[in-house]
Design a protein around this ligand. Structure first.
Ligand code: AMP
Length: 253
């Protein structure tokens, strides 16, 4: 069983970002970039399936700038066997990413593709669903447990009134929830090993995808602004004053 794990490179979740002065977006110059945390969970799950003898190969795939190679190396250090970078300088929105990943599915014929449920930069939560539609494959989103047995996939997912378990025919598309697993630390020996694993770089054209004609970005960002600053608090001398202020000044927002 072959598994593809999708990897998006984005601003590290520990970074404090600032909005550019012209309001056109977030300034990512000199900011640490990392893998989307949900994608770390996706690769971890794929590697665990391989270690359990269920899967035979894990391929990490990323679309974007040449620097995504670094992020793919992290996926290789987590344990992916090889990686594919679809290199492009074009802005990629979910329809374009889904189209590129669909082309990789056509080429690699995996039994399973695991994506994050959402990329934490734009939080759109669309790519997995679009990929399932384009590839005509069953999907289970927000997976908190994944089991493979008898050629089928059993996926548990949290829904409003409890846990839903879906049984899917393979090949299938899964998107990860935070509860699926907790990726461990990447060790130095694994980082060293990852430098020797195969990383193939393709252009969208090599996969038969023309980004300009087929999938132009459909959404335009009009303005990005910082959230309003929180007003400073006040210190009260004692509990009595606090209770008094709560009675007379506190407002329900
Ligand atoms: P989104 O639909 O943008 O919230 O992203 C959901 C998931 O799609 C991410 O967690 C990734 O697994 C995958 N994805 C999004 N963008 C890319 C990309 N440029 N390259 C590879 N995978 C991506």
């Amino acid at each position: 069983m072959k598994i593809i794990g999708a990897i998006k490179r984005l601003v590290d979740y520990n970074m404090k970002v600032h909005v550019k002065s012209d309001g056109s977006g977030v300034d990512i110059a000199n900011v640490k970039m990392s893998m989307d945390p949900f994608d770390g969970i996706a690769v971890e799950e794929a590697v665990r399936l391989r270690e359990a003898g269920v899967a035979t190969e894990v391929i990490a795939v990323s679309a974007g700038a040449a620097q995504c190679q670094e992020t793919l190396r992290t996926a290789l250090a987590i344990g992916a066997d090889r990686a594919i970078l679809i290199e492009t300088g074009e802005e990629l929105q979910p329809p374009a990413v889904a189209k590129l990943l669909k082309a990789v599915i056509d080429r690699e014929q995996p039994d399973l593709a695991i994506l994050g449920k959402q990329a934490i930069d734009d939080d759109v939560n669309q790519t997995g669903q679009m990929l399932a539609a384009l590839a005509g494959l069953p999907q289970a989103t927000f997976a908190s447990k994944v089991l493979v047995a008898d050629g089928r996939l059993s996926v548990s997912r949290e829904v409003d009134d409890g846990t839903e378990t879906l049984s899917l025919k393979l090949p299938a598309i899964v998107t990860t929830d935070l509860r699926l697993n907790e990726p461990g630390y990447v060790t130095l020996p694994n980082i060293m090993k990852a430098t020797k694993k195969p990383l193939e770089t393709l252009k969208p054209e090599n996969l038969g995808v023309n980004l300009n004609e087929q999938i132009r970005p459909r959404l335009k960002t009009l303005k990005v602004s910082e959230p309003p600053r929180r007003a400073a608090g006040v210190k009260v001398p004692d509990v009595q004053t606090l209770v008094e202020k709560l009675k007379t000044e506190a407002k329900v927002l």
